[in-house]
Design a protein around this ligand. Structure first.
Ligand code: THU
Length: 142
């Protein structure tokens, strides 16, 4: 991906911090998911008084896209921090990594964690989820 494309995706993730519904943790997370056709689905975390019903920003973005019929993804930018202050790179949680594994090629899907549009890291899904279990493992003959 080109630098401009990466920083643009990060900016869209940052814009989602305001939308995060975080009355319990105050940890705001924003995500921007780039599709194969170049469109972007954004997401924020949505917490719940029954804490396990909380949805992460990454999954919000994925579920918005999949519910629109889109299943081809290239990259996701993720930002987050207490009160929306981006002190650290915000890595995806294990459940979100598993959701990515369902729809993305682990060798090529890029996970961009950022502190600003110019301060970021890029990993593949395979780096975050080595030896991941995915749809191919349920296909006959594997
Ligand atoms: N969170 C995300 O949205 N994405 C992650 O990958 C890590 C955690 C959210 C869930 C919860 O609302 C808050 O951050 C604290 O765990």
């Amino acid at each position: 991906m080109e630098k401009e494309e990466i920083s643009g995706l990060i900016r869209q993730a940052i814009a989602m911090l305001d939308k995060a519904y975080v009355p319990y943790s105050h940890h705001r997370v924003g995500a921007a998911l780039l599709t194969g056709s170049g469109s972007v689905y954004t997401g924020c975390n949505i917490e719940n008084a029954g804490l396990t019903a909380t949805n992460c920003a990454e999954r919000t973005a994925f579920f918005k896209a999949v519910s629109d019929g889109v299943r081809d993804f290239r990259a996701i930018a993720i930002v987050g921090g207490l009160n929306g202050v981006l002190r650290n790179y915000c890595a995806p949680c294990g459940v979100c990594r598993q959701v990515m594994m369902e729809f993305c090629d682990p060798e090529t899907f890029l996970i961009i964690t950022a502190k600003s549009p110019t301060d970021y890291r890029i990993h593949t899904l395979a780096q975050y989820l080595p030896d991941g279990f995915g749809p191919a493992d349920l296909r006959a003959g594997t």
